[in-house]
Design a binder for this molecule. Sequence first.
Ligand SMILES: [Zn+2]
Length: 270
Amino acid sequence: MPELPEVETVVRDLKKVIVGQTITAIDIIDNRVIKDLSNTQFKRKLKGKTVQSVTRRAKGIIIAFDSDDYLFVHLKMTGQLIYGAKQNIKETKVVFSLSDGNYLNYNDQRLFGWLIYTTDLDTIGYIKTAGPEPFGRDFNCAFIREAIKTRKVPVKTLLLNQFFVAGIGNIYASEILHRAQISPMKPSFRLSDIECERLYDQTVDVLKESIRYRGTSMRNYRDSKGRRGRFMNRIRVYNREGKDCLSCGDKVKRIVQSGRSTFYCASCQD
Ligand SMILES: [Zn+2]
């Protein structure tokens, strides 16, 4: 699933190419990704609209129009927004024709993604309930110290909790904890002040570094030009069970927490 760095990469790319453009036509191949509106309604709402901005909230993409309305896109597991030529592959579900003659293709192999048209972003539960942005003012060491006080869940589970912090998924949770040298099994409330600091610093650093490398392409993720992210080459533990820890040479271990794989080094993380 695309996490914050992948979504941020798509947002930054789209900003450069679709702001100021008008949607001239919409081709709906499979409407299961469109929420709450019929094909006719969706086309009527969006045709003729001019893009004013492209921003991100948590793992969601907000395309704002100059008419004070929005298209909210959540890529979920396998969604892709590809700008350029019109695509006609089996994953292509919706194609927006743009005034510059190019197209914005929404591809989604597994159809879990959402395209939501709205005049009020607060009506979208996902946006309304998302926790603080990792690069925002509300997320800092003091916030973490306060938040962990009452939480007994393992710190890996806490990082995946979107109400605690927005945008982190399974890949970055393992990477952040490895770099912060904190065991993923450690109960959150047991983190020392120093560990809270390391957790904060590494959360910000790992996500920023991944954005610089245009995200991680484990399986389906592609940027808006259809390219893979290069953070894949900088991964230290995720999906590396039995391989050497890049810090100490010990073997990377895999455990299952809340039904999801966690990768860590028992020597480096305690
Ligand atoms: Zn190690």
